[in-house]
Ligand binder design. Structure first.
Ligand SMILES: NC(=O)c1ccc[n+]([C@@H]2O[C@H](COP(=O)([O-])OP(=O)(O)OC[C@H]3O[C@@H](n4cnc5c(N)ncnc54)[C@H](OP(=O)(O)O)[C@@H]3O)[C@@H](O)[C@H]2O)c1
Length: 246
């Protein structure tokens, strides 16, 4: 398969390495730096099967339009364009498109595990729940988007929890509140822990990333998935392919 990597930044670089490991041809497109091309057009997308976009929110929609105009399928890894979801659907209606804010297969497995665990905990009143995430000291936001997604899974599946609290507490938490806490330190690539705690014991589920490779491999698997398909897909469609189930 021939892949165009749009956005040759941190993610683009790792995706290129993994695409080569999986024996794909790669062309890179980025207005700055050492990419093969500066623009998305007929020339840069010649013979390309799938374009993978890891750029910035402000250009995600126009990049998708430019790739769709050339009839190229798209993996959209760029985050933060979600207010334009309807415009995006319209822009890519004639091609194959798959998107996710987190392409890590391990994280998406973790989401499913948290969902199932929360269903079990829902039936046992004695257990409280919380979410804790740690990241490197360069990260600009907290809690992480992944922590918010994990918290949503807990809330959706434990009926007695319906409110996420990310602030510090100056009082005891209410029973319906799910505390989501963050810590920033050193070079930690990203750790997410869900804790279920009762009078008798503690159950902890942890996903610990080793770096950005997990996202990059997921993006390549998504490219292999979307190659030759038409329609609007998200990571759950890819996960069904990988692990089966709903
Ligand atoms: N879905 C996931 O699993 C996942 C995982 C990690 C990151 N992300 C997201 O992926 C995006 C990129 O992350 P990153 O860490 O790789 O950022 P990054 O290192 O800043 O890379 C982004 C690259 O895109 C380039 N770019 C900007 N506008 C472009 C355009 N119109 N056409 C082509 N290239 C363009 C940037 O060039 P300039 O530097 O010249 O602006 C930069 O080289 C972010 O939105 C991030 O949130 C998603």
């Amino acid at each position: 398969m021939r892949i165009a990597i749009i956005g040759y930044g941190k993610m683009g670089n790792i995706i290129r390495t993994i695409a080569h490991e999986r024996l794909h041809d790669v062309v890179t497109i980025d207005p700055m730096g050492k990419a093969d091309f500066k623009e998305i057009n007929e020339e840069s997308l010649k013979d390309v099967d799938v374009a993978i976009d890891f750029t910035t929110p402000t250009v995600a929609l126009e990049n998708a339009r430019a790739s769709a105009m050339q009839g190229k399928n798209i993996v959209m890894g760029t985050t933060g364009w979600y207010d334009d979801l309807e415009e995006m659907k319209e822009a890519v209606k004639d091609i194959g498109f798959i998107w996710s804010g987190n392409f890590s297969i391990g994280v998406n497995m973790f989401f499913k595990i948290v969902e199932e665990a929360s269903k079990v905990v829902n039936n046992v009143e004695d257990y409280d729940a919380s979410v804790f995430e740690t990241h490197h000291n360069m990260k600009k936001d907290s809690p992480s988007g992944t922590a918010k997604m994990i918290a949503d899974k807990v809330i959706e599946n434990i009926e007695r929890k319906d409110t996420i609290v990310t602030d510090k507490f100056d009082r005891a938490p209410e029973k319906n509140e799910l505390h989501v806490a963050s810590m920033r330190c050193g070079k930690i690539p990203g750790t997410h822990t869900v804790t279920f705690d009762s009078q008798a014991d503690t159950i902890e589920l942890t996903h610990r990333a080793r770096g950005r490779k997990g996202f990059a491999l997921g993006a390549i698997l998504a490219a292999e998935f979307i190659n030759g398909k038409k329609g609007f897909f998200d990571i759950n469609d890819l996960m069904k392919d990988i692990i089966g189930g709903k």
